[in-house]
Design a protein around this ligand. Structure first.
Ligand code: PMP
Length: 434
């Protein structure tokens, strides 16, 4: 299949994420990937600034990860997890227990981030129900959050930028506090937590858990907030007897410069959701971890936890996750992410003074240029591809989240393209949505 034929068949038959099912846009045909580069069907190469939506931390086609899968495939690709266990799941469970906060001792494997969030919500609700508090079944979250596309997950996504308006009668009504305003590195302002505290104080008897993304609000706005906010939330959850779920699906496994973002605040959640980079971006897989206390609660009076995906703890996914985490632990994460952070800071700095830009922010291996207006996605994507990079903005946000193995010169090239495109946006407005 050549480039054009791939585009044609794709438009005829494939639906893509968040896109029109009747007027499909052009999807770029990729036929291979190596390191930080995507190979297109017409022979061009793009430097990947997205790490395939935050996942591909070690780069594509990594020999160690390939080897792990090949080794496992020759033993057993899949086996059901109901009533059966296997070495890769056990190794991974122990590894995750070792690298996450010490109280998180139990692991539930599932298929994707959204499912990991559903599992977390169900754990919290079942926990309180088992303790005889069936009314404690709502979630409290903060605006600008994103937790996935399934119904439970959607119910805790930002009610405005999320999909609530489309499913308003079906999505469970949850509690929403104002999004944290205090930026990651700014001085803590006590007023920031007030709205959250008020809602919790009034409604804690109906709230099973607080759920939020720690430190970085990703798809809901790429905002970085003060660690103190998370610390205060932990304290308030303890005070009002509410569980704390942190969704580390996007932040986990090093992206923010710490192995897990809740380390910025020194906070231990009651439930943590992991996904995306857990397999180094090789396949869909996720984990929801919790404490003995939550499990013992759910298990009271012979209670069982009511979830069990067909592909739970898939051995191939577990094997590549084991290899990916082993590899990650060999890195000097602080130095590696620190260098990317510096590269993003320096590289994106020229955007700060450009008209049309309202903010430039960097945390760890995440660099964001926030525009005043939404960008014209098809046009801007085409322009980035023409320039040899893969950058996929959303809304007003042009952001970079490269694989951790990106070199200094590759990162310079990437940021230079962003700067030039942003500058052309400022001067021509042709890539802005009218
Ligand atoms: N939570 C967060 C914080 C996410 O960023 C995402 C995915 N962007 C999800 C949950 C959902 O994960 P998945 O797409 O694997 O279902």
């Amino acid at each position: 299949m050549d480039f054009d034929e791939m585009v044609r068949i794709d438009q005829q038959h494939c639906l893509h994420p968040y896109s029109s099912p009747s007027k499909p846009g052009v999807s770029v045909p990729v036929v291979g990937a190596e390191g930080v580069r995507l190979l297109l069907a017409d022979g061009r190469e793009l430097i990947d600034g997205m790490a395939s939506w935050w996942c591909v931390i070690h780069g594509y086609n990594h020999p160690k990860l390939n080897q792990a899968l090949q080794d496992q495939i020759s033993k057993m690709s899949h086996v059901m997890f109901g009533g059966i266990t296997h070495p890769q799941a056990l190794t991974l469970a122990k590894k995750l227990v070792d690298i996450t906060p010490v109280k998180l001792q139990k692991v539930f494997f599932s298929d994707s981030g959204s499912v990991a969030v559903e599992v977390a919500i169900k754990m919290a609700i079942q926990y309180w129900a088992a303790l005889g508090k069936c009314n404690k079944n709502r979630m409290l979250t903060v605006r600008n959050g994103y937790h996935g596309d399934t119904f439970g997950a959607m119910s805790v996504c930002d009610p405005v930028t999320g999909m609530h308006h489309l499913f308003s009668d079906i999505v469970v009504k949850q509690y929403f506090a104002d999004a944290p305003k205090c930026r990651y590195d700014s001085v803590w302002n006590e007023a920031d937590i007030k709205n959250f505290k008020d809602i919790l104080e009034k409604n804690y008897e109906k709230i099973a858990a607080v759920i939020l993304e720690p430190i970085v609000q990703g798809a809901g706005g790429m905002r970085f907030y003060a660690p103190e906010y998370l610390r205060q939330i932990r304290q308030l959850c303890d005070e009002y007897d509410v569980l704390l779920i942190v969704d580390e699906i996007a932040t986990g496994f090093g992206r923010t410069g710490k192995l897990f973002a809740c380390e910025h605040a020194g906070v231990t959640p009651d439930i943590i959701c992991l996904g995306k980079a857990i397999t180094g971006g090789y396949m869909s897989f996720a984990a929801t971890m919790t404490t003995n206390k939550v499990c013992d609660g759910i298990g009271r009076k012979n209670g069982v936890f009511m979830h069990g995906p067909t592909f739970m703890a898939n051995p191939l996914a577990c094997s590549v996750a084991n290899a990916s985490i082993d590899l990650l632990l060999t890195y000097n994460l602080q130095q590696m992410i620190g260098e990317i952070e510096n590269g993003l800071e320096e590289g994106l700095a020229p955007c700060r003074d450009m008209p049309g830009v309202c903010d430039v922010r960097v945390l760890g291996a995440i660099g964001v240029v926030e525009m005043k207006n939404s960008v014209d996605l098809p046009k801007i994507q085409e322009e980035f591809v023409r320039r040899g990079v893969w950058v996929r903005p959303f809304g007003r946000l042009i952001y970079l989240m490269p694989p951790f193995v990106i070199t200094r010169s590759e990162l310079e090239f990437l940021t230079k393209q962003v700067v030039e495109v942003v500058s052309s946006l400022a001067s021509s407005s042709s890539l802005n949505r009218q």
